[in-house]
Write a protein that binds this ligand. Structure first.
Ligand SMILES: Nc1ncnc2c1ncn2[C@@H]1O[C@H](COP(=O)(O)OP(=O)(O)OP(=O)(O)O)[C@@H](O)[C@H]1O
Ligand SMILES: [Mg+2]
Length: 481
């Protein structure tokens, strides 16, 4: 399974920033484009699975671009973004195959939710089409790496769980620790491995669809139910159903699932016939279920039902012995995948990885290495391309160049873009009559420098005579990362 790639197409730099940063943090691989031409180029080089597309672009109408993208790849997920939402363009966008539509200004949490829902829907569709996977391929793609004592314990528990044929398994661990891989491993090492493995993300599927996806429906069960549809419990018959993010399952649904598990049978929506359940259920969550039970947010009876065998995956910072091993594994994987000939990882980069706290766990490690492999020009993978999101050691603002503090600012009507910071005496900034917040100027200069250097923070920092950490500190201060 590759990291999901998202291309953001918008001519406004701040929009590109405010969308890309939270998505990168969430674990997506993100590229941006400011025009239709750049977007088309990135479609062929970056090959995204999803595009967030602005309707008004400087060189082409976003709807036209949508049409082209969809004709080239009908599986591409396109979400339109615009400040000028109107019925006409919305209908056009859906007609040309856009999956969703988001108006500006947007709430980033809503955007993230829409993105996750779309990916989850795509995954369900793919699973239903394939129904069963080639196990060899799966083992290869989903290899669980780890040689720390903590991970070896996890492997032993996986084996024990796999040996029990139908006991429910609960997997707990922070986001990005590998819960999904562990769930697949339990399936692959069990006697059910020749049967399907079906996964459903309870957080990403809207409440009203969840029941339908799990249990299926009879023809006419509700307005849109055109024909009978099998649910996941039926499709996965004999195999495994993975209820991911079970902590986010709405309370009424929790009751329905509990009843089905206890009775080992259920009915399709609108159906009269009982269907026997013959699947193993694996559930996972990164939330504290015990605490949720105490707060009345998770049913205690369901908690005990699913908590028969538990696998706790420790966060990466608590099993540092795995870091080098994982880093080398991902390095080889992506070097091959992107046909790069990078020979090794620099000792400083490895050092940095070992001292970093990895809040996003293995997912963050995997993504930083994938990114670094794509960006690296030389023969050695260097620390600067790892783009680690926070450095606990960094913190204070430092001016590396003393001249920065001595700049003379003149009132002048010249275009400030013509000035060069290298020659500080000539730096001229147009100051409005009513005054301006100093931080506005600072933020603007940072944005211009990033723009000038195609978002390369190292070069942008050098240009401003700042260390990269200082630049990142300031970007954080201004909400740019
Ligand atoms: N031990 C591991 N070996 C190899 N790859 C791993 C390992 N752990 C995690 N990964 C990789 O890290 C990424 C995140 O893993 P996964 O999706 O299983 O995490 P998760 O715990 O389900 O996260 P979330 O709670 O956010 O859903 C995946 O790309 C997965 O392949
Ligand atoms: Mg997961």
């Amino acid at each position: 399974m590759n990291t999901a790639r998202i291309l953001i197409v918008d001519d406004e730099r701040l929009i590109r920033w405010s969308l890309s940063q939270p998505l990168i943090k969430r674990g997506y691989l993100v590229e941006t484009a400011e025009s239709g031409a750049e977007a088309q180029e990135k479609m062929s080089t970056f090959k995204p699975q999803m595009v967030l597309l602005d309707i008004r672009l400087p060189d082409i109408n976003g709807l036209e671009l949508l049409k082209r993208f969809k004709s080239e790849d009908e599986n591409l997920i396109v979400i339109m973004i615009t400040a000028y939402a109107d019925v006409g363009s919305t209908i056009e966008a859906f007609k040309f195959g856009a999956e969703d539509y988001i108006g500006k200004p947007f709430n980033i949490e809503t955007v993230k939710q829409v993105i996750e829902q779309e990916f989850a829907k795509k995954k369900l569709k793919k699973q239903a089409e394939e129904c069963s996977h080639s196990i060899d391929q799966q083992i290869d793609e989903d290899r669980l790496i780890g040689n720390s004592p903590e991970m070896i314990d996890v492997f032993k528990i996986i084996k024990r769980c796999a040996e029990t044929n139908d006991k429910t398994v609960l997997i707990l661990g922070e986001s990005g620790t590998g819960k999904e891989l562990v769930a697949k491993a339990v399936h692959l090492y069990s006697r059910r491995s020749d049967e399907p493995f079906f996964e459903i993300n309870c957080a990403a599927i809207p409440d009203h669809l969840l029941e339908n996806e799990l249990f299926g429906h009879e023809k006419g069960a509700y307005t849109d139910a055109g024909k009978r549809q099998k649910g996941i419990f039926e499709l996965a018959d004999g195999g495994t159903v993975f209820l991911d993010e079970i902590g986010d399952m709405p309370l009424p649904m929790q009751g329905k699932i509990l009843k089905a598990i206890e009775n080992k049978r259920y009915r399709r929506l609108g159906g009269y016939e009982d269907i026997d359940i013959n699947v193993r259920i694996i559930a996972a969550t990164n939330r504290n279920l015990k605490e949720m039970v105490d707060k009345g947010q998770f049913r205690i009876d369901l908690y005990y039902r699913i908590n028969v065998m538990t696998i706790n995956i420790p966060p990466l910072r608590e099993r540092k012995a795995d870091i080098t091993h994982l880093a080398k594994y991902f390095f080889n994987l992506f070097n091959k995948e992107y046909s790069r000939n990078i020979e090794n990882i620099s000792p400083i980069a490895l050092e940095l990885m070992l001292s970093y706290s990895w809040p996003g766990n293995v997912r963050e490690l995997r993504n930083s290495i994938e990114r670094a492999i794509i960006l690296e020009d030389g023969r050695t993978l260097t620390a600067s391309n790892l783009n680690l999101s926070s450095n606990p050691e960094a913190g204070s603002i430092q001016f590396e160049s003393a001249t920065d503090q001595k700049n003379n600012y003149h009132h002048n009507n010249d275009d400030s873009k013509k000035t060069h910071s290298a020659n500080c005496d000539k730096l001229q900034i147009n100051l409005p009559h009513e005054g301006i917040a100093f931080e506005e100027i600072e933020k603007n200069i940072i944005l211009q420098s990033l723009e000038k250097h195609a978002d390369n923070q190292t070069r942008a920092a050098r240009f401003l005579h700042l260390s990269r950490d200082t630049l990142r500190y300031r970007m954080k201060k201004f909400g740019l990362i």
